[in-house]
Structure formats: C-alpha cells, structure tokens
Design a protein around this ligand. Structure first.
Ligand code: LLP
Length: 438
C-alpha cells in the first residue's frame, strides 16, 4: 500500500544510528560489551531465560513518558485516559493507572482488563462504534464514568437499557468533525468518509433532545486518528467543536469536558514526537473561555517506544538478488509491517562488527506478506543471533494472533536491574483448549 503522509511506511534507508536518536534510545541502549540492554538488563539474558520471540518493555519509559506529558500540559486542566488498546497487559495498565491515568476502553474485554488492573469504574470510559447490548449493560452495571456514543441508534439503546435498569448513563457524543488528520488511511478516523462518530452537524440537535430521559450529557468527544504529527488537525477540529458548545451554552446546556481523543504521533524512524508543549498553548488558548476540562486518550504515545520485540535468526538465505534473514517472529507476533507497511528499525542485540548488508527480515509464516522489515541494513548476522525490532510497544502484542497455530509470545517488564515475566508464552494445550474434541 502506498503511504504518502504517515510515518508508518518503511523507508528502506540505513537507520543504524537511529537507536540513539529515538526517545527509546535512553531505555534501550548499548552498555557493557556493546550489548543491547533494556534499562540495566541484558536482552540476551532475557532471551536465554524466557526464550524468543519475546516482547521486552521498559517500565521507566512509561513513567517518564507520563510525567513529561503531564508536565508539558501543566496549567491546562486535563485528565488522561490511557487507550488500553495500544497495549493492554494488566501490569502496564496498572502502572499507568498508578501514575494517574484512567482507562479508555473499546470492548467488554478491555473493560475487564482495566478492572483487573485495578482501575476503578469511575475512571473508565467506554468507546467503540459497535457496542453490544451486553457491553452496555455491563458498563451500566459497573457504573463506568462515561459512554462515548457514536450513533443515534446506539444512544437510543443505551437510554432504553438505562431505563430498564433504573440508571442514568453519562454520555459524551463522539462527533466526527470531518478533519483530515494527515495520517495513514487505515488509522484515520475523523473524516466524514470514516465509519466513526456522529456528523458534527447533527450533534446539537441530539444534545437538545429532551426525550432521552436516562441519558446525562457530560461531554463531547472526538478522535481524529492515530500517529498524527502536527497540532493543526486538532486545532481545526477543536474550533468546530467549540462552535457547537457555544450554541449549546446559549440553549442552556453546559458540557463538563471536551475529549480530544488520542493519536499523538511518535518516533519510528527519527521523525519528531508530537509537540506536546506547543499543544498546551493551543489548548489553553482555544479553551480559555469554555470552562471545559480537557480529556485525552493517548495510547501509542505511552507505549510505542517502551518495547522491543526480540527474535532469533533461524536461517540466512539468498534468492537471486535478495538476502533474507528468516527469524522466529513474524506477522503473528507483529502485524504492523504487513498490515500498514509500517517501519520498525531492526538491530542486532550483539553487533558482530562485521560488514553490513541489506536484508529483508522475514517470519516463518506461509505468507509472502509475512515480514518484519524490508531492506534493512544489518551488520552481517549469523543464525542463532538475536535481533531487536524496535518501537513495538504499541499495537504489537495486542494484535498478535495464533495464525499458523503459532503460540503468542511472552512479555517481560524491566525495572532498573530487575525484570519480571508479565505474560507467559502460550502453550500447545492453550491452542486447543476451547475446542470440543468430538
Ligand atoms: N481513542 C480512540 C477512540 C481510538 O480509536 C484510538 C486508537 C485511541 C484513542 C488511541 O490512539 P493512539 O494514541 O494510540 O494513536 N493498529 C494501528 C493503530 C490503530 C489505532 C486505533 N485507535 C497501528 O498499529 O498503528
């Protein structure tokens, strides 16, 4: 797929020195023996102890990232709901909650995960374009903080279920402001052509509908897309939403907050992170007269550069012009390269020091689309060597699958010189545990 605007596509250029320039470079770095470490732990030690493929996360990355975002937004009254879809290991949700995040969830399963991680219901917001009656009832029963509603029919269903259970549902309409987030088409959500949200032109009438007796409108919400590089799309959409809020105010409806969604872009190949400090100025300026609190739902911003996927080289092969490294992870562990043409820098865990060559790094699955990197320059590796696929903390493990009946990988969380297994590798028994053996 052609990719013009987003940072998702691979460039194929030599990005060997990139580790140092990535924000990830402070957490994944070459220490003793030039070996790649996560914080103070040797990656090769983790691979020996747990096996490969393996996701390795830096706990400090999440901490620092949360703190720097919060600091950048100081003076701007806000609440962060971590978009757990980007990485929902309960230990990671819990860590971000302990730092101060609520949870933005998109399904019953994510709601359950957030609860299991210890996030109280009044810090959970439920979104999703296709909420089922079961999900709505569950969320009402738990008394979650808010539903983000994406269609009129969904709103009627929530009203009906709330009435039956004698409750009032707190609701923010997710409006579709028809703004181009200038990102990859698959992760663009704020355009009229996308399935998401209620057309902004229809929102006002819905807020004014007095027949919805079991709905309490608390806020207004948007989410423009993911991996957004600049402030401009947010600014344009916020202006459109503020115009709606102004008219609602005149009609006597004051909303408590504006949820601006997630989508803050990160570094994959040396690009800049989303400019949060400048964003604060935009938010303060635009919202100064509104009295509304700002909610936000970043996922990738916290998780993308927290992790490396560690994989072992199985075979080297050359087909005509092409050099391949066949490794023990593929699209079942990390689908982003296959699905979006996304670029992830791949580096040796222990550099060989020998001459670098250009390789396609491919997985063991039966698909030509099964690759982790194309035309990556890697110092001449040998079978058995370990590679680290960088910037894989967001939408990596959560999109892993059992395709080709592969076992989903293990996850390790590093904290200084300590590490803990936070998810065991799946077992063969687990692969068939839900099947009836007739
Ligand atoms: N809020 C809503 C309503 C969302 O749909 C999303 C992401 C987020 C927040 C968090 O967005 P973030 O801050 O992480 O960009 N699988 C794709 C990304 C899909 C994003 C889906 N929605 C990828 O690997 O790039």
């Amino acid at each position: 797929m052609e990719n013009t605007k987003s940072n998702l596509a691979g460039t194929g250029k030599d990005t060997h020195s990139l580790l140092e320039s990535l924000s990830q470079g402070n957490y994944f770095s070459r220490l003793e023996g030039n070996e790649l470490h996560c914080e103070n732990v040797r990656i090769s030690k983790l691979a020996s102890a747990v096996g490969t493929p393996l996701y390795v996360y830096s706990k400090k990355y999440f901490t620092d990232r949360f703190q720097s975002l919060t600091q950048a937004l100081s003076g701007c009254k806000h609440k962060i709901f971590y978009a757990v879809k980007s990485n929902y290991n309960i230990n990671i949700i819990r860590h971000l909650h302990e730092l101060g995040c609520g949870a933005d969830v998109n399904s019953l399963g994510e709601m359950y995960r957030a609860e299991q991680a210890g996030v109280p219901a009044d810090e959970i917001v439920l979104g999703g374009v296709g909420k089922s009656a079961e999900e709505i009832s569950y969320a009402l029963d738990k008394n979650i903080f808010q539903f983000k509603v994406e269609s009129l029919s969904e709103l009627y269903l929530i009203n009906q279920i709330a009435e039956l259970s004698g409750k009032k549902a707190r609701v923010a309409l997710r409006v579709n402001p028809d703004v181009d987030p200038l990102t990859h088409p698959y992760i663009s959500t704020g355009l009229a052509e996308n399935k998401f949200g209620i057309p902004i032109s229809e929102a006002e009438a819905i807020y004014l509908d007095r027949s919805l007796s079991h709905i309490e409108f608390t806020g207004i919400d948007m989410h423009l897309g993911s991996q957004i590089a600049s402030i401009a799309p947010y600014a344009e959409a916020i202006d459109k939403i503020l115009a709606v809020c102004e008219r609602l105010k005149e009609a006597g409806i004051e909303l408590h907050h504006m949820d601006i969604g997630g989508g803050f872009g990160v570094q994959y190949a040396g690009e800049n992170d989303f400019p949060v400090t400048a964003f604060r100025e935009t938010l303060l300026d635009k919202l100064k007269h509104s009295g509304m609190q700002i909610f936000m739902e970043p996922g990738r911003y916290f998780s993308a550069n927290s992790a490396a996927l560690v994989t072992k080289i199985l075979y080297l092969k050359t087909n005509g012009e092409k050099n391949f490294l066949v490794v023990d992870a593929g699209m079942s562990e990390l689908i982003r390269p296959s699905l979006y043409g996304a670029y992830h820098q791949i580096i040796p865990v222990i550099p060989s020091g020998s001459e670098a060559k250009v390789y396609d790094v491919v997985g063991p699955l039966c698909e030509s689309g099964d690759f982790l990197g194309k035309e990556q320059t890697i110092a001449e590796p040998e079978s058995g060597n370990l590679l680290a696929v960088l910037s894989t903390g967001a939408y990596g493990m959560v999109m892993a699958s059992n395709y080709n009946a592969r076992l989903r990988p293990a996850e390790v969380l590093v904290d200084g010189s300590e590490w803990k297994l936070i998810r065991r590798r799946e077992t063969l028994e687990q692969l068939i545990q839900n099947e009836e053996d007739l």
